[in-house]
Design a protein around this ligand. Structure first.
Ligand code: MG
Length: 422
């Protein structure tokens, strides 16, 4: 496709977020209106809670929670989600929780729940015992010194630190990250059974319940032509009432992407996620230059350095932000800042987190100035059970920031015991 029409089509692609705060309003000094989540009165910190923020203990537990249906990606397929739940206790008695999500073992990335738990117990936790929990940057530096990468493990621990400190102070973690810009985010649903008849039925139910009107179709497990035929059926049945993006999870090579993307453009697919292997950033840039559809970087962006490389190569229009990739809430904001500096749009990615991981992401997303492409934190809804006392609220195609202190959700310890492995 010629470059001019490609650019015009990109300009017409509409982000799914109908309610995000336009940049000019922030730049013009207008304060975004959000629901108050803080009391009018100054916060009084109980002296016994204020006394000592030292990290006393860090505990990790592997849990396996069944999913409501099989979830098929290009490289794996799951019927249960495995997480490591991290519980941190401070000297003041406050507790914090965090979650490391994986997808079918060390297939999506190099981390498995077994490795995450082993490295937390043997290396990351010992590096932090005794450190005041509000020294977030020091904690990050100590964890980086104790273990290379292990980003999901580090993110789970950092989440638990923000949760414990937020609970100590009685404030949401988002306030420790710069304050709240939005208190809800548009949330899509992923179609990943591979069976178009089942997927149409699933999407119809989500539309009817006003839960989701944007759908991400996982492609790459089938041959490209079979996936295109599947998209044809989905668009034919739901077009006009639903929007679609696709995620190939690195399954295609450059020639396959160049052959398939014009067909996806005709089907009005809004965004194509990680069509090529993570290593092929130069290939992504070449595909993007010919594509009428914006490209999203996922598996090729873990670190800020990765983000800078993708930006310099002009290899993506949008980036998917995930705690398991960026090693924590602070670094998620750093990756977002590099993307913003390059004019790359932001999208809230997931790895089928439970309400714990989803709530942590919402705390991080709440403080981003832009999140034009919405998010995909539907994970709690694909599980047969929830791990928290009060589930997240999904309503009118949005997921809402929980109002409580810390990450805003409270671990149900009975459920933790029920789903704990071994
Ligand atoms: Mg992806």
């Amino acid at each position: 496709m010629p470059k001019a029409s490609s650019q015009a089509a990109k300009a017409m692609a509409t982000p799914p977020d109908g309610r995000f705060i336009p940049k000019h309003r922030i730049a013009g000094g207008h304060v975004p209106r959000v629901e108050p989540c803080m009391p009018d009165q100054p916060i009084t910190i109980p002296p016994d809670l204020r006394r000592d923020l030292s990290i006393r203990s860090i505990r990790s537990t592997i849990v396996d929670v069944p999913t409501v249906r099989r979830h098929k990606l290009s490289q794996t397929s799951v019927t249960a989600q495995s997480y490591v739940i991290v519980e941190i206790r401070l000297a003041n008695g406050a507790e914090g929780i965090g979650e490391a999500a994986t997808l079918g073992g060390p297939r999506w990335s190099e981390e498995s729940v077994e490795a995450i738990k082993a490295n937390i117990d043997a290396y990351l936790a010992p590096a932090l015992i005794g450190l005041p929990a509000d020294r977030f940057e020091v904690a990050g530096a100590r964890m980086d010194a104790a273990a290379k990468r292990n980003n999901a493990a580090k993110a789970a621990i950092e989440t638990a630190l923000f949760d414990a400190v937020g609970r100590t102070l009685g404030i949401p973690a988002a306030l420790l990250l710069g304050g709240i810009v939005r208190d809800s985010v548009p949330v899509l649903w992923t179609l990943a059974s591979g069976d178009p008849a089942q997927e149409i039925e699933e999407a119809e139910a989500k539309l009817a319940a006003r839960l989701h009107d944007t759908f991400k179709v996982k492609i790459g497990a089938l041959a490209p032509e079979a996936d295109l035929a599947r998209l044809h059926r989905l668009a034919g049945a739901l077009g006009g009432r639903a929007r679609f993006i696709v995620d190939a999870n690195q399954a295609w090579d450059e020639t396959t992407a160049n052959r398939c993307l014009p067909v996806l453009a005709e089907l009005d697919v809004r965004l194509v996620e990680q069509p090529l292997p993570a290593w092929n950033v130069a290939g992504m840039a070449r595909v993007r230059a010919r594509s009428a559809i914006p490209l999203m970087a996922d598996e090729c962006v873990f670190s800020t350095h990765d983000m800078l490389g993708v930006a310099q190569a002009a290899a993506a229009d949008v980036v998917s932000l995930k705690l398991v990739k960026h090693a924590g809430l602070l670094n998620l904001h750093r990756v977002a800042a590099v993307a913003e500096a390059a004019g790359i749009g932001l999208y809230g990615g997931c790895l089928l987190e439970s309400s714990i991981g989803a709530a942590a992401h919402l705390q991080a997303f709440a403080g981003l100035r832009e999140l034009a492409w919405g998010c995909e934190h539907f994970g709690p809804q694909i599980l047969t059970d929830d791990l928290v006392e009060e589930p997240l609220r999904f309503e009118d195609f949005r997921v809402h920031l929980p109002a409580g202190p810390g990450i805003g959700v409270t671990l149900d310890r009975d459920k933790l015991r029920r789903y704990a492995r071994g």
